[in-house]
Design a protein around this ligand. Structure first.
Ligand code: CMP
Length: 148
């Protein structure tokens, strides 16, 4: 590939580049799966911009999962996510939001495709290993809450 074509390709990849957020949930941290999960995203080619371990406060969890506040499982959800340390990451790369959703697999881990993170590492529903932003709007909200 000549220099001009390469520059064109690099430009195109830059235009597709976006950021996403994922959280390694308390069940996966407790099972020492942090390295395995992070390594999937590194090997896929994403660049890590931010990474930290912390424990959600109740208020922070309710704010983070605010879109679910009227759902019957809201109490279960916030009680689980505050139950122990999590690891949160901001990653960057082509099509990051949609690609990350594909990589994590279906919400019910017991139905998630083998090869996906939930499909390979879990069987739970509330306790489903990992969360990832599902839209630009949720990324904007979630990254603000997680890194406030
Ligand atoms: P997550 O990707 O973190 O986004 C919201 C979470 O709510 C989801 O993963 C599940 O863990 C949880 N969830 C969604 N629906 C239900 C449900 N019906 N019962 C219990 N937990 C649920």
């Amino acid at each position: 590939m000549d220099k001009e074509a390469r520059q064109g390709r690099n430009q195109k990849e830059l235009e597709l580049s976006e950021q996403s957020l994922f959280i390694v949930k308390p069940d996966a941290v407790a099972r020492s799966l942090v390295g395995d999960v992070i390594s999937r995203f590194e090997r896929k080619g994403f660049k890590f911009l931010k990474l930290k371990m912390f424990t959600f406060s109740q208020a922070q969890a309710e704010n983070f999962y605010g879109v679910h506040k009227d759902k019957p499982f809201f109490g279960e959800l916030t009680s689980f996510i505050t139950s122990g340390p999590v690891v949160v990451a901001i990653i960057e790369g082509n099509n990051a939001i949609a690609t990350t959703r594909i990589m994590i697999g279906a919400t019910k881990s017991f139905e998630a495709e083998p090869g996906s993170i939930r499909g390979d590492f879990g069987l739970g529903f509330s306790e489903n290993i990992i969360h990832a932003s599902d839209s630009q709007e949720s990324y904007d909200h979630e990254s603000k809450v997680a890194f406030e």
